[in-house]
Design a protein around this ligand. Structure first.
Ligand code: ASP
Ligand code: MG
Length: 461
């Protein structure tokens, strides 16, 4: 079995955590941890395979023993004998628990959202005791909690749960506040529990969200998100070599950016911080002295009109048309509710004022389902006559709160895209004016992003 990271890299990262926490001895600190690199993915895919009967009991046991050995190696590397003993006992207990669950899944041959959440929760449940133990070893008193034990209570959407806000805020504060005075609690990111105490998770990448929730609950001065890049970037560096780290950005811009595929932050993680006005700092574990990106409420001195250019590929443009749609109320509603019924996420919408067509952009993976449901709902064809699609498109969005009320941004956008010889298929600007998005052929995405980045970001620098 191959894991995404080695035990040495894991140990180095955790040693880094101890160093950072150790250097803040005057401050009250809560640490929120994610799983070791690649572990969550591995748990997801193994659970899936096991439910399909593809692993024997022996194979399940050997997967578990490798997974735990990786964690034990890290623990042995970092923990004193006394702290190690305790952590190894906890790991042992979890290993038996995980084995029972996985073998159970093999027997029933079924993987429900609830059992999935349970299985993947082990990623963080294994890393948290090690981090907490490592802190104790380096002289920082620490205890660890699952997100649920720390007070994060959610609805029962097991794989993408939402916190029940008021009770979460109160409970987290109650549970952590006193401990903070003389110790550093370590809380598992990503994991939470519903009102009946059943394990739920906050969606992939949810540790950031946990950090923001905890930060809001305890009225933190700042939330620091540690990743492996230098912060939030002006665009995707794989597409545009001129990409830079953004030093300061506002909540609203960061939220737009997270939504439009800037993979650095979990899209929901800004919300709790925003509510309480807690600044969020995104920093690089491998470059801790670098400034990273600071996310704040208002950015008074912002000079830039556009902060970032985001690119979202693997999208499909679906156009629903028919002269019969003109002046007929409810076509959009019917389309959207049909898509919602199939749980298809709409990325962009546009309707011209002639009302003879509606264009929507969805993820390409949802195309078949979308076409089927829309043609089914408009089967009589007297309103909608055609459903066309182009499944090789990309959404390019320019993002910046400074666009609000600034004239000429759209003109500059279209001029530079057309100079790059790129055809624009669809356009949308939300009335918040924080982003303007356009859809282009996927093959043109790189050219368009380069042109826009140059026009709005590099040129001025
Ligand atoms: N371990 C979880 C995941 O991989 C949560 C996180 O990393 O933020 O999605
Ligand atoms: Mg992660």
């Amino acid at each position: 079995m191959k894991f995404g990271g080695t035990s040495l890299a894991d140990a180095q990262r955790i040693a880094g955590v101890c160093k950072i926490v150790g250097s803040r001895s005057g401050d009250e600190v809560v640490v929120v941890v994610s799983a070791l690199a690649g572990v969550t993915d591995m748990l997801f895919s193994q659970a899936q395979k096991i439910s399909e009967g593809k692993l024997t009991e022996e194979e399940i046991k050997s997967f578990i023993s490798e997974l735990f050995e990786r964690h034990r190696v890290v623990a042995r590397e970092l923990l004193s004998e006394k702290d190690l003993e305790l952590v190894l006992m906890e790991l042992e207990r979890f290993s038996l628990e995980l084995e029972k669950i996985l073998i159970g899944i093999r027997y029933v041959g079924e993987l429900t959202p609830r059992s999935t959440a349970y299985v993947v929760s082990f990623g963080e449940r294994l890393s948290a005791p090690i981090v907490s133990g490592a802190l104790n070893t380096c002289g920082v008193k620490s205890v660890w909690f699952t997100g649920y034990d720390a007070g994060i209570i959610t609805d029962s959407r097991y794989e993408k749960a939402s916190p029940i806000w008021e009770s979460t805020m109160q409970t987290v504060k109650q549970r952590l506040e006193n401990l903070l005075k003389d110790s550093v609690p370590v809380v598992t990111g990503f994991i939470s529990g519903d009102t009946l105490g059943r394990i739920t998770t906050l969606g992939r990448g949810g540790s950031d969200y946990t950090a923001a929730i905890v930060g809001a609950a305890i009225d933190a001065e700042e939330v620091w998100i540690w990743t492996d890049v230098d912060g939030i970037m002006t665009t995707d560096p794989r597409l545009v070599s001129e990409a830079q780290t953004i030093p300061v950005i506002s909540y609203i811009e960061a939220m737009e950016l997270a939504f439009f595929g800037g993979k650095v932050l979990h899209p929901k993680s800004i919300e709790p911080a925003m509510e309480k006005g807690v600044p969020v700092r995104v920093k690089n574990t491998f470059n801790p002295d670098g400034p990273g990106t600071l996310i704040v409420k208002d950015q008074e001195k912002a000079r830039e009109v556009v902060k970032a250019v985001s690119v979202m590929t693997h999208a499909t443009l679906v156009t629903i048309s028919g002269v019969g749609m003109i002046g007929v109320p409810g076509v959009a509603a019917k389309t959207f509710s049909a898509l919602a019924e199939e749980k298809i996420n709409i990325l962009m919408i546009s309707q011209g004022s002639s009302e003879a067509n509606i264009s929507i952009v969805i993820e390409s993976q949802d195309l078949d389902k979308a076409i089927n449901i829309v043609t089914e709902k408009f089967a009589d064809r007297d309103i909608v006559r055609r459903v066309d699609y182009n499944n090789d498109v990309a959404i390019i969005a320019v993002i910046g709160a400074g666009m609000k009320g600034t004239k000429g941004v759209a003109a500059r956008l279209f001029t530079s895209v057309s100079k790059a010889d790129v055809n624009v298929l669809m356009i949308a600007q939300g009335s918040s004016e924080v982003n303007i998005s356009c859809v282009v052929e996927e093959k043109d995405a790189k050219k368009a992003a380069q042109a826009l980045h140059h026009e709005f970001i590099t040129k001025k620098a």
